[in-house]
Design a protein around this ligand. Structure first.
Ligand code: MEV
Length: 415
């Protein structure tokens, strides 16, 4: 039985840590060697980015083709382990090229930091105190990040909300090309002692909100009925109606959107958990969880898709700057501002959603998905080298992509 108590583990070298894990868990030699090999190129970088590193988990990086966003052609790097995510964007984007691709718009990059005030007995009086200090609040926040201010960003305003028994101060900050978590958290922490001394309240949490609803992005595209078929337009509109009526379906509908958005986030070193949190909180803003996108038929019978959601992403700071792959991904996209990145990501989310709904409203997703997934199944069944392709192809031809079939094919059986 291994112990999870490993004092000094973080002080070991990567190789020593791996050896320790092998000793504790009985991990096979071959598996350990595989972990060590996978970290040969990027192990040192991984250690800079995270802690207690023993390896690097490689995720395939693909490039989605065919996308036009606001009149500009764009190649989009996507990191995803899920088969068919990249292919779905390629196909969906190709199908709306004739109508000019996706048009988008993004709000100014404003993030919210929350400061929780505890023990406020008179909410209105405390609010008034803060109103009187508005200029000082701005100055304290902006002093935290003169470079941001120089670049045209910085503190914009503050608001107060009552949440349960607490008065909550929201600092609204324009973070320019950053995701902004560090900038706004620093401001919230710097302001906290001042808020305590002005109001007599005690400060609790000081942290950004991932419900970044001051930083929304919108995307819109049209797919011609002549291109996808009038029946498909109807099918997708009905799929949307299902998601609008049922949170169980809306969760999966939105998962499809996030398949694309998270893949671009990962490729560009952005925080996919922050995006997920923001997306789902936004999807539930009415009190009832719903779809982030809408699908309608226009007067000409064409399909119109629109998407609106928070998009807190950056091109500076954090892993985006530190990770050469993220830098390369941004260079491939030609994303020179956080706004452009956010708009391309919204376009990817919308197109991804289109392709998922097209498959679901048509033949279902399994045939396309499974043929792309067949190689994974073959590997899981123990196929190696040339066997992988042979077994995958045979399973697809039979329409039976399953591990038991792969195993039987490997061992010369009929499956
Ligand atoms: C699978 O990763 C995503 C889908 O389930 C999305 C959807 O159902 O809309 C296909």
């Amino acid at each position: 039985m291994p112990t999870s108590r490993l004092p000094g583990f973080h002080n070991l070298t990567r190789a020593e840590r791996l050896a320790r894990i092998v000793a504790e868990t009985g991990l096979g030699e071959e598996q350990a060697a595989r972990l060590a090999r996978a970290a040969e190129v990027d192990g040192d970088l991984a250690e800079m980015l995270s802690e207690n590193v023993i390896g690097v988990m490689g995720v395939p990086l693909g490039v989605a083709t065919n996308l036009i966003v606001d009149g500009e052609e764009v190649l989009v790097p996507m990191a995803s382990e899920e088969s068919s995510v990249v292919a779905a964007v390629c196909n969906g984007a190709r199908a709306c090229r004739a109508t000019g691709g996706v048009t988008t718009e993004a709000d100014a990059p404003r993030m919210i930091a929350q400061v929780q005030l505890i023990g406020v007995s008179d909410m209105a009086a405390t609010r008034a105190i803060l109103e009187d200090r508005a200029e000082e609040i701005a100055a304290i926040c902006n002093a935290c990040d003169p470079v941001l201010v120089e670049r045209g960003g910085g503190f914009r305003t503050f608001e107060t909300r009552v949440a349960g028994e607490f008065l909550v101060v929201h600092l609204i900050v324009d973070v320019r090309d950053a995701m902004g978590a560090n900038a706004v958290n620093t401001m919230a922490e710097a302001l906290a002692p001042h808020l305590e001394s002005w109001t007599g309240a005690r400060v609790g949490l000081r942290i950004l909100s991932n419900l970044a609803d001051r930083r929304l992005v919108r995307a819109r595209a049209r797919w011609r009925a002549g291109e996808i078929g009038a029946g498909m337009v109807e099918g997708i509109v009905a799929a949307y109606a299902f998601a609008a009526a049922d949170p169980y379906r809306a969760a999966t509908h939105n998962k499809g959107i996030m398949n694309g958005i998270d893949a671009v986030a990962l490729a560009t070193g952005n925080d996919s958990r922050a995006l997920e949190a923001g997306a789902h909180a936004f999807a539930a803003r009415s009190g009832r969880y719903g779809p982030l996108s809408r699908w309608q038929r226009d007067a000409a019978g064409d399909l119109i898709g629109t998407l609106e959601m928070p998009m807190a992403v950056g091109i500076v700071g954090g892993a985006t700057r530190a990770h050469p792959t993220a830098q390369a991904a941004l260079a491939i996209m030609g994303a020179t501002s956080a706004g452009r990145l956010a708009r391309v990501m919204a376009a990817v989310g919308l197109v991804q959603n289109f392709s998922a709904l097209r498959a679901l409203a048509g033949e279902g997703i399994q045939r396309g998905h499974m043929s792309l997934h067949a190689r994974n199944v073959a590997i899981a069944a123990g196929a190696e080298g040339d066997e992988i392709e042979r077994v995958a192809r045979e399973m697809v031809a039979r329409g039976e992509v399953r591990e038991d079939v792969a195993r039987a094919l490997l061992h010369g059986g009929k499956g």
